[in-house]
Each structure stands twice: as structure tokens, then as C-alpha cells.
Design a protein around this ligand. Structure first.
Ligand SMILES: Cc1cc2nc3c(=O)[nH]c(=O)nc-3n(C[C@H](O)[C@H](O)[C@H](O)COP(=O)(O)OP(=O)(O)OC[C@H]3O[C@@H](n4cnc5c(N)ncnc54)[C@H](O)[C@@H]3O)c2cc1C
Length: 299
């Protein structure tokens, strides 16, 4: 939305755009594309409240900042009796997709994926082995390193989060950044369906490790320990009903017709998967739509 090293502080409204000045629009060039991510985009919109948009810009539905979604994560590491050489080569990212479907987990909507977790667990080199895997001191520690190095098998998984009322972004009424802009506050709650998904992830992974012939996991990390804030979504969700969403299917604000949001904040659900390609695909689709609108002088 801005030139390099520029910080957007607020968005002015209203203005006029294209040949339809009566349609509410933002004061800018012909279109404003906002892509500050799922935390900073709602922050900027909420901070841009004014007489024309008292609840925050594009927040006529009250949904800006709501429906924030994080990423569920669980990872377990166990020692294998054989020298697997698991520290070698490019950290593997073999992924099991068998449980990545909306109804893959019995009784709980939303999917998960499992993968070799060398990268997530940071167990490709000796320092973390020395700190977390091999116990003892002096000769005993050296022997433990010899016996364990390259034998750890970590299995990681990430899972879908769905919106809940306790997980959202709003503005801190006291704390401000160096530019004077109110800080974003992240409210996070793990709801019942997420807990059920986490229990499934942990149980399935222990079974995978057991089937691979490892000992009991010596280390396990849950969602707030590791991956939670890595993939974040929601906060300006896409939808066809302006009462319950912020943008339409083309990432265009329902009310401010020259405002487009092209980042992870438009996701209505999180998908339980790495999001970058979907973010890019949505932005490309929005770009094609904007080009058509410009050609038709509707912007
Ligand atoms: C450690 C890590 C590993 C990841 N690994 C993967 C992966 O393997 N695969 C995958 O698909 N995804 C991965 N992700 C997730 C992926 O990076 C994000 O989902 C994606 O970058 C989000 O894109 P976005 O456009 O929504 O926001 P961002 O990429 O966060 O872009 C927002 C931009 O807006 C700028 N900005 C914010 N506020 C303002 C302002 N007021 N004025 C001006 N500029 C502003 C920010 O500086 C930033 O450049 C990873 C994320 C992390 C943190």
C-alpha cells in the first residue's frame, strides 16, 4: 500500500473515484490496495475511524478485527534405535495430507497435516542435541551425544483454526507506537473444537512415532509453544453478506468501493495449511478485477 520504508498511519475518507463520485470511496488515487497482514490491516482500519466511519474504516459490519485465526500446532520428538542420519541433507518436508479435509477428524470440523518436523523442532545440528537430547556432563554427555546424534525423529503437525468470539484484534487504548498510532492487541482463545483437533494431532503423532519404532517422545510442544502466530488470518473476512463480512469475493470493501484488501486478513477460514500461495492467488484475482474496473471506468 505504500512506498518502501513508508508507514501508513491512517486512511482518509470520503473522496471520489472514477466516474461514480456518489459511491462512497476513499480519498486517494483511483484505488487503494491495503496489504498490511491480518494484524496490521485491521489496526490501520480501526485507527482510521472518523465522522464518516465512526467504528473504523470498512467496519460497518463490526467485523474488522473479528474472526482472527491462528495456527494450531503440535510437535513430538522421539529417539529411534537406529542411526537414521536424520540431521543430514536438506531438512525434509514430506507431508501427510490424509487428514487435511473439512471432515477428516471424526466429530470435529477442520483438517490437519503431519510432516517430518526437523525444521520446526530445530534438531538438525549438534547444539540443540547437546542442550535438549543428550543428558549428562563431560564423558557421559559425549557418549550420550554419540548415541543420539542423527537418531531423533520429530513429527510436526499444523491444524486449522476456525473463528471464535474470544479471538480477535482491537486497538490498545493506552499504548502507542513511536509514530503515535495505537498498538494492536491480540486476543487469543483456544476453543473446544480446536482443543479436540489438538488432542487428535497429539494422539495421531504419538501413533506415527510408535509405528516408526521409536521410544516414548522425550519432548513435545503445543500450539502456544511454537507455531501459533506464524500463519494468521481473518480480521477482514470475505463474504457475500455485507452484514457479516468486510470485503466481497474480489477483496473489495462492501461499502468503500475503491478500497481493496489483498492479504491474509480476508480468509474466512484458515485451511490448516501454508497460506502464501492462496494469499497470492487472491491478490492476483483481485488485480484482474481492478484492471477490468479501471478499463470500464468504474474506478
Ligand atoms: C517464521 C514464519 C515462517 C513461515 N513459513 C511459511 C511457509 O513455509 N509457507 C507459507 O505459505 N507461509 C509461511 N509463513 C506465513 C506467511 O509468511 C504469511 O502468511 C504471509 O506472509 C502473510 O502475507 P500478508 O500479505 O497477509 O502479510 P505480510 O506478508 O505480513 O505483509 C504485510 C506487509 O505490510 C507491512 N505493513 C504493516 N503495517 C504497515 C503500515 N501501517 N504501513 C506500511 N506497511 C505496513 C509489513 O511491514 C509487511 O511488509 C510463515 C510465517 C512466518 C512468520
Amino acid at each position: 500500500m505504500s512506498r518502501p520504508s513508508c508507514m501508513g498511519m491512517a486512511i482518509a475518507s470520503p473522496g471520489s473515484a472514477g466516474s461514480t463520485p456518489t459511491v462512497p470511496s476513499i480519498r486517494c488515487g483511483r484505488a487503494l490496495l491495503l496489504a498490511c497482514g491480518a494484524v496490521q490491516t485491521p489496526r490501520l482500519l480501526l485507527a482510521s475511524a472518523n465522522a464518516h466511519a465512526p467504528q473504523g474504516l470498512a467496519n460497518e459490519s463490526g467485523q474488522v478485527g473479528r474472526n482472527f485465526m491462528e495456527t494450531l500446532a503440535w510437535a513430538s520428538s522421539a529417539l529411534h534405535p537406529d542411526a537414521l542420519g536424520s540431521h543430514r541433507g536438506v531438512p525434509s518436508n514430506g507431508i501427510c495430507w490424509d487428514f487435511n479435509a473439512p471432515d477428516a477428524i471424526p466429530g470435529t470440523p477442520g483438517g490437519v497435516r503431519f510432516s517430518v518436523g526437523m525444521v520446526e523442532m530445530d534438531l538438525a545440528g549438534p547444539i540443540n542435541y547437546a542442550r535438549r537430547v543428550a543428558s549428562g556432563w563431560g564423558r557421559a554427555h559425549r557418549a550420550a551425544m554419540r548415541n543420539s546424534f542423527g537418531r531423533v525423529l520429530p513429527v510436526a503437525s499444523i491444524g486449522e483454526s476456525l473463528p471464535n468470539d474470544g479471538t480477535y484484534i482491537d486497538l490498545d487504548s493506552h499504548a502507542r507506537d513511536a509514530h503515535g498510532l495505537a498498538l494492536a492487541r491480540i486476543h487469543s482463545r483456544i476453543d473446544e473444537p480446536e482443543l479436540r483437533r489438538l488432542v487428535f494431532m497429539a494422539g495421531k503423532r504419538r501413533k506415527i512415532l510408535q509405528a516408526a519404532g521409536t521410544a516414548k517422545p522425550f519432548e513435545e510442544f503445543g500450539t502456544y509453544d511454537t507455531f501459533n502466530a506464524t500463519h494468521v488470518f481473518g480480521t477482514c473476512r470475505m463474504g457475500s453478506d455485507a452484514r457479516h463480512s468486510v470485503v466481497d469475493k474480489d477483496c473489495r470493501s462492501h461499502r468503500w468501493r475503491n478500497l481493496f484488501i489483498v492479504d491474509a486478513s480476508v480468509f474466512p477460514s484458515s485451511g490448516g495449511e501454508s497460506p502464501s500461495l492462496t494469499i497470492e492467488a487472491l491478490a492476483i484475482r483481485a488485480g484482474a478485477h481492478i484492471r477490468n474496473l479501471l478499463a470500464q471506468r468504474e474506478l
